[in-house]
Each structure stands twice: as structure tokens, then as C-alpha cells.
Design a protein around this ligand. Structure first.
Ligand SMILES: [Mg+2]
Length: 250
């Protein structure tokens, strides 16, 4: 596996790096409301005295925003279970009376309508696999990885990944070094063996640089991000542009 080559692994961000959110149909609120509706119905069926559906979705949404706002201060990984517990407490439900894992299954996370891999995602990942690269995934998602796996399965991306972690599981989010070191441990590699590819320079590139890893920014046409104070080693507009860069690094 690339014994005499410089770069042994490519680690990717997920959203807007491997999958394209530009075609998302509807608002984020519309996207998540049915899943919170599943939880609302489930709790009612369990006999809990619940607020109205609309009120519960608002409570859940506010709890999620509060969770991200608080955890971002220290780059501690925002956590879906923590946000859910806050929403339950806001409904006067003691989280200890509820099976949180069951609620997360009931939530039934899946692919968002209109979101797809980029046209070249599968080709590029196939070529990387055939060239012997290990492929990692680090996403600043507050769900546990098992909740996002149905999306990866639906997009047929799971088969390429040697290791995958969310910040929700890790309890650290990019750009904190701890989440990069967790991935390096899973891949059994050092930072200089890897490149990281992501669309958010302040998270993806800065985090890579924090551990001494090459940081590549993907800047697809639908995003217009600045460099957020970072200095990416390379900037690409599509994943296909990665392959010549990796050849050059060898
Ligand atoms: Mg992203």
C-alpha cells in the first residue's frame, strides 16, 4: 500500500466536499421537521405529555442552535444526544425516562432531497482506491456516525471509506487537533502521510495545518468562501483536480 510513496491517505470532509448541497430542496427547517415529527409522535405514543408538533419542532431547532453555539466556543464536538436531552428538558421530560438511542433511531436520518455526490466523486474515489490510498472521512456532524451512514449508503460512498468519524462521536470538532489525531490513529498514519480536503478553510484547512497535514480547499462554484485567515496548500474547484496534485506530491 504505497510503501515508497509520500502520501498514503486522503482524508475528506463530507458535506460540500464529497456530496453537493447546492441542489437542496426546501429549507433546513423543512428538511428536519419530519424527523422531529417522528420523535414527537413516538413520545406521544409512549404517553408523554407533549407540546404541539410545531412547538416541539421549534424547541428542537432552538436546542440544536444552542448546542452548536455553546460547543463551538471551545471546538468541543456538538452532540445530537445532548441537544435532544435539552429539548426534552424544555418539554418538562426527564431525559432519564427516555431511551435516547431509540429516539435517534426513530429520528430516521437519511439523504436530503436534492443532495447528490458531485459528478466526479465516484470516479475520483475509485481511482484513489485503485492507487492504494487509504480514504478517511471527518465530518463536523453532531450526529453519531451510524446516523449518517444511511446517507453514505444511499450515495454508495460507504464502500470507499477505510475510516470515518463525526465530531458528535469524537466530542471534538474541526479545527481541533484531537479529531485529526483520532483519524490518524484509525488509519495508523502520521500527519505527513496524509492530505486533507474540505470546503471550509477555517475548519478543514486550519485543522489540517494545526497537526502539520497538507490542507487542500475545495471551492466548488456554488460556494463563495474566502480563505478565512488560512493559507490552503492548494485550492481546487472540483475533486478531479486532486489527482494531478497527488501525483505531484509523490
Ligand atoms: Mg463541508
Amino acid at each position: 500500500m504505497r510503501e515508497n510513496k509520500r502520501i498514503k491517505s486522503v482524508i475528506f470532509d463530507l458535506d460540500d466536499t464529497l456530496i453537493d448541497w447546492s441542489g437542496l430542496q426546501g429549507t433546513y427547517m423543512e428538511l428536519f421537521a419530519p424527523s422531529y415529527g417522528n420523535i414527537h409522535r413516538h413520545l406521544r405514543e409512549k404517553g408523554f405529555d407533549m407540546p404541539s408538533f410545531d412547538a416541539f419542532v421549534r424547541i428542537a431547532y432552538d436546542s440544536v442552535v444552542a448546542e452548536w453555539t455553546e460547543k463551538k466556543k471551545t471546538h468541543a464536538g456538538a452532540n445530537f444526544g445532548d441537544a435532544l436531552q435539552a429539548a426534552l428538558r424544555a418539554c418538562d421530560i426527564d431525559p432519564a425516562d427516555v431511551d435516547l438511542q431509540e429516539l435517534m433511531r426513530v429520528y430516521d436520518n437519511g439523504p436530503a432531497p436534492g443532495v447528490e455526490p458531485y459528478p466526479d466523486t465516484h470516479d475520483v474515489l475509485t481511482q484513489l482506491k485503485e492507487s492504494g490510498y487509504k480514504i478517511g472521512l471527518i465530518t463536523n456532524a453532531f450526529q453519531p456516525m451510524w446516523m449518517r451512514d444511511p446517507e453514505l449508503e444511499a450515495y454508495d460512498l460507504l464502500k470507499y471509506l477505510d475510516a470515518r468519524i463525526t465530531s458528535g462521536d469524537t466530542r471534538f470538532m474541526k479545527p481541533h487537533p484531537a479529531i485529526y489525531w483520532r483519524m490518524l490513529g484509525l488509519l495508523d498514519l502520521m500527519p505527513e502521510d496524509c492530505v486533507f480536503v474540505g470546503d471550509r478553510p477555517g475548519h478543514d484547512v486550519q485543522g489540517a495545518h494545526n497537526v502539520g497535514m497538507i490542507g487542500i480547499m475545495i471551492d466548488p462554484p456554488h460556494l463563495d468562501r474566502g480563505f478565512e485567515g488560512t493559507n490552503p496548500d492548494y485550492v481546487i474547484n472540483s475533486l478531479s483536480e486532486l489527482l494531478p496534485i497527488l501525483n505531484e506530491l509523490d
